[in-house]
Each structure stands twice: as C-alpha cells, then as structure tokens.
Design a binder for this molecule. Structure first.
Ligand code: ZN
Length: 341
C-alpha cells in the first residue's frame, strides 16, 4: 500500500511517499480501507514541527478520514466488517474519570491520529473500535472525511462558551474548517451570527452558510463594526482560531459578560490581555481543544439531516497531497481540503 511519512520536519519536501505492508489490527482495533481523508491545520504543525513539542517521528500524518472496515482485531465483533465508517480523530483510555465524564480530551492517555500515532495519509489505517462511527448514507465520502475534527472542535467550543439563543456570536475566519462549522452551529442554536472573511468570496460564502453579517478584517478597527451591529454591546461569544492577527480587536469586540473561546493560533500564539477590561467587564477566555467522542456521536444526526454540511474547498487525488498542502498554506482555501484515494 501507499502511504506518506514525515521523517524530518520541514516544508512540503518533508512529505514522502512510501510503499509499505498493509498493517494488521491488534486487539480491540480495526483496519479501515480509506476512501477519503481531509487536511487540518494540525497536519501543517506536524509537518513543520512545533517548538518545544516532540512528535514521534517518523509519522504518517492525517487525523480525519472515512472508509470501509476491512479487517477486525481480536475481541472486535465480526459484524463490523464492511461497515462504512468515519472516525473520531481522538482516542483515550475509556476508563479514567475524564473519560467517564465525556471529557476524553483531558485523559492522560489522550492521543490524536497523525499526531501521536500514524494517521490517515495512507491507503489503510488502524483505529480503535471505539473511534468508529457509522457514516450516514446521506453524506458523501468527501463530506464524511471533512466532518469529524472541525465539527467536534467547534461544537465543544460553543458548549464551553455556553452560547445561548438570541446571543450574538462572532466567528473569526468564518470560512475556515472550524469557522464554517461554528457559523452553522450558531444558527442552529438560534444566535445572531457575525463572521469575518478576508475576501469578498469568503464573506459571500459565510452568508451562504447562514451568517447574518460579515466583516472584512483588513478594515482598520473592524471591532467597531461589531459594536455598531450589536447596538454598542459587542459580541456575547467570540469564536477565535486565528490568534495574534485578530486577538486584540477580538477582545475589544467582546460584550460585558462575554466569553471568548479559542482553539487555534494560525497566525501566532503570543498575545496580550488588558486585565482591567477583562475583570471589570466580567469576561471569560476559554481554551478548548478537540471534543469528546460522545459529542461527535451526537453531531451525526444533524450531519445526516444536512443541517451541518462541511464546506469543501477542493478534492485532490492522493498522489497530489503536496499540492493540497500548498493550497492550505496559501490561506486562500475556503473550507476543507479533501484527499480521495
Ligand atoms: Zn481516560
């Protein structure tokens, strides 16, 4: 089978194709013959390396994927063979207090495909049985791969921020993988949604997804537009995943009692906070990463009903993985980049 491995961190040249044996599932595991996989920013971090963090190299990158179970390990019911599946990118011990409370990203043994073990840039992948969820028949293979990581991350952030009906949600980068999910989830929760988009095409797309207003973040003091739209109040919940480039204005756009939740820092992660404003305004800043398997399972219903539809920028054949990385790094993409095997 073909797979891509990263032996040494670097640019696009760090991705190398390799022939290898088809892996065998161990106890409690299944093997999935992948139809599709989708890229995430995590793939870029794993390829480039992150200062102060050690990835287990060599590694097969890729955390999202969908396909057909074609082999099962010891202790896994044979009925799962031939099941069409999408899977949770995260896995955990399943036994500790955090796992019992459906807080599995806090588990000491939490891991992510393509980050802590070999992932989905491979024709076959081994996953734990518990990670597998049935692929709804109403969604395409491309959508099935594009869904898990971004949807569970967004849903978890909005839950932690306790976004309520009638509140205003500001989604920074409303057409990113997670942003496009947040816009749709905000509307599902009955909130008023404002999205930022750096090009007219991105802003039009955010409106198509259901955003009530859009903002061009290249505008100086765009936070004032958020204030105007909200009659001077600001946004009750701000969905951040950009970091340095937008942080300062995001905080200025936050309402009294507002909650800013962040899952990413695609433009840099060192930011400052005006503490007086934070405490006088009773605001909260909430960090979040990934989401529980239970939450992903609950999202399958709105996904099957097409209330949540992943925004897809483009589909590339597996042999063009490098071009797909290049597209993601260009920051021009609108939504998810999918690979078809
Ligand atoms: Zn655990």
């Amino acid at each position: 089978m073909k797979r891509v491995i990263i032996e040494k961190h670097g640019g696009q040249e760090a991705l190398s194709f390799q022939d290898s044996d088809i892996p065998e599932p161990g106890p409690g595991e299944v093997r999935v013959k992948l139809k599709t996989m989708a890229l995430n920013h995590l793939d870029l971090w794993v390829r480039r390396g992150v200062q102060g963090h050690r990835f287990p190299l060599p590694i097969v990158p890729g955390c999202d994927g969908a396909g057909i179970i074609d082999a099962v390990g010891e202790g896994v019911p044979k009925e799962l063979l031939n099941m069409e599946t999408l899977f949770s990118p995260g896995f955990s011990c399943g036994q500790c207090q955090h796992c019992m409370n459906n807080d599995d990203p806090l588990c000491a043994k939490y891991g992510i495909l393509g980050e802590t073990c070999d992932g989905t840039c491979s024709e076959f992948v081994i996953v734990r049985q518990q990670q597998c969820l049935p692929k709804p028949s109403s969604v395409s293979w491309e959508e099935a791969a594009a869904f898990p990581l971004s949807s569970v991350t967004s849903a978890s952030m909005l839950e932690k921020a306790n976004l309520k009906t009638g509140e205003t949600l500001l989604v920074i980068a409303g057409t990113s993988g997670v942003g496009s999910m947040a816009v749709q989830m905000g509307k599902m929760r009955g909130s008023h949604v404002i999205a930022t988009g750096s090009t007219e095409e991105k802003r039009d797309k955010a409106i198509d997804l259901g955003a009530d207003h859009t903002i061009d973040p290249s505008q100086e003091q765009w936070w004032k537009t958020v204030k105007q739209i909200t009659n001077g109040n600001g946004a009750d919940v701000i969905f951040e995943n950009v970091g340095e480039a937008t942080w300062e204005q995001s905080l200025l756009a936050l309402a009294k009692g507002g909650r800013l939740t962040t899952c990413g820092a695609t433009t840099g992660s060192t930011v400052s906070i005006e503490l007086k404003r934070l405490f006088f305004k009773n605001q909260q800043i909430i960090g979040s990463t990934m989401g529980s398997r239970k939450l992903l399972k609950d999202l399958l219903e709105p996904f099957a009903q097409r209330k949540l539809v992943p925004l897809i920028d483009g589909v590339y054949p597996f042999k063009d993985l490098v071009a797909a990385h290049e597209r993601m790094e260009s920051r021009q993409s609108i939504g998810k980049i999918v690979i078809r095997f």
